[in-house]
Design a protein. Structure first.
Length: 192
């Protein structure tokens, strides 16, 4: 079974077996994120995810042959959400930058644990090469977003690094930066 199939809306799947499979995939990814959110990425195992999802361990191994496959699927889902959000940003440059800043600051709500779980997956790519395709995908999406603001690739790389640094700050500092602060700083960096 392929581990990196894109998520599909089960309501739009007419074949009952395929619909059930997609629902099961979602259940397993939800359970994976719950384990990471509660106990950290190092706690993820096929047995822990199965227990969280309330399914037999064989169900997890049917959809994800290894823990790395499960983590790649979870990070792919996180990335799908972020990249899809970026695709909906307004055409107005200032409004788009405000929307990007809001995406970065999303982890500033009182319960930042889910954003921290997502950040753990991104950081794990430093040790698990299987995750790097998704971190590269995120960096490409940020770079593409910044092209209209900064034609120079080196300047874009600097602003992208600042944006990613803010993601980390939103998970680890108290009080975390809010969307307005992130917007102000990114705007200043873009304007030079």
């Amino acid at each position: 079974m392929s581990t990196n199939q894109p998520e599909r809306d089960p309501e739009n799947i007419s074949d009952g077996r395929l619909r059930k499979g997609e629902l099961r995939r979602r259940l397993l990814l939800d359970a994976t994120m719950e384990v990471i959110t509660r106990d950290g990425v190092s706690a993820v195992s096929q047995r822990r995810v199965a227990a969280e999802a309330g399914v037999p361990p064989s169900t997890v191994t049917y959809y994800h042959a290894s823990v790395d496959d499960l983590l790649v699927a979870a990070l792919t889902r996180v990335n799908d959400t972020y990249v899809a959000y970026m695709d909906t940003l307004p055409e107005d440059p200032d409004q788009a930058l405000r929307g990007f800043a809001a995406l970065i600051a999303e982890g500033t709500d009182p319960d930042r644990t889910h954003a921290l779980a997502e950040m753990e997956l991104f950081l794990l790519a430093a040790r698990r090469p299987a995750l790097r395709e998704q971190t590269d995908r995120w960096m490409a999406a940020v770079d593409a977003f910044l092209v209209p603001y900064l034609p120079d690739p080196e300047l874009r790389a600097g602003v992208a690094a600042a944006a990613n640094g803010y993601f980390l700050c939103c998970c680890t500092t108290s009080p975390p930066p809010d969307a307005e602060e992130v917007h102000r700083v990114l705007r200043r960096l873009i304007r030079g």
